[in-house]
Write a protein that binds this ligand. Structure first.
Ligand code: COA
Length: 157
C-alpha cells in the first residue's frame, strides 16, 4: 500500500445502483466522459466492474475486460477530491490481482500521452510502452493519440 494511504481501501463489484455516483464522478474528472449507457452496457456485458470505497463512500471505479487470456483496462478513475492520496496505486494493484486471478497473460490499457500522472503510475507498476494508437481520443482540438501500455503478467508474478 502507498505510504500516503492511511486507510485500508476496500473494493467490491460495481452494481447498477452505483452508476449515478459513478457518472457524477466521471463528469467531474473527464472533459469527454463515458455515458451512463457505457457503464450500464459494461455491467450487462459481464465486464469486471469495480468500485473502490473509503468507509461508505465510492472514491473510485474501474472497468476491466477479461477475455481470451487478456485483461484490458477500459476505465480507471479516482474521484477528483480523492486523487493524489494513494488510492489509484492501491486500486491498480488490486486490478492487477483480478487479472492474475483470471490467469491473464497480459494486461493492457490506453492512456493519453498528456496524462503524465497516470503514465508514470502505470510505468512504476511494470506496464511498458507498446505502441501509439493514432487519433484514438476526442480532444478539444481534433483528436489525441493513445499510448498503449502492456503488463506482462509472467514478468511480474
Ligand atoms: C490516474 C489516477 C487513477 C491515479 O490515482 P491517484 O489516486 O491520483 O494516484 P496515487 O495517489 O495513487 O499516486 C500514484 C502516483 O502518482 C503520483 N501522483 C499522483 N498525483 C500526482 C500529481 N498531481 N502530480 C504528480 N504526481 C502525482 C504519486 O506521487 C504516486 O507516485 P508514487 O507511487 O511514486 O508515490 C487518478 O489521478 C485519476 O483518476 N485521474 C483522472 C482520470 C485518469 O486519468 N484515469 C486514467 C486514465 S488512463
Amino acid at each position: 500500500m502507498s505510504s500516503l494511504l492511511r486507510t485500508q481501501p476496500s473494493f467490491r463489484p460495481m452494481r447498477d445502483d452505483d452508476i449515478d455516483v459513478v457518472i457524477a464522478m466521471e463528469h467531474v474528472v473527464y472533459p469527454f466522459p463515458w455515458t451512463r449507457g457505457n457503464f450500464h452496457d459494461s455491467l450487462q456485458s459481464g465486464y469486471s466492474c469495480w468500485v473502490c470505497q473509503h468507509n461508505q463512500f465510492i472514491v473510485g471505479y474501474a472497468v476491466l475486460m477479461l477475455a481470451a487470456g487478456e485483461a484490458h483496462l477500459l476505465n480507471v478513475t479516482i474521484g477528483l477530491e480523492w486523487q493524489g492520496r494513494g488510492w489509484g496505486r492501491a486500486f491498480m494493484q488490486y486490478l492487477i490481482e483480478v487479472a492474475r486471478d483470471y490467469h491473464a497473460e497480459t494486461m493492457y490499457l490506453e492512456v493519453r500521452p498528456s496524462n503524465t500522472v497516470a503514465r508514470r503510475l502505470y510505468h512504476k507498476l511494470g506496464f511498458e510502452y507498446v505502441a501509439m494508437r493514432k487519433a484514438y481520443y476526442p480532444a478539444r482540438q481534433g483528436r489525441e493519440d493513445a499510448v498503449i501500455m502492456l503488463l506482462d503478467m509472467k514478468k511480474h508474478a
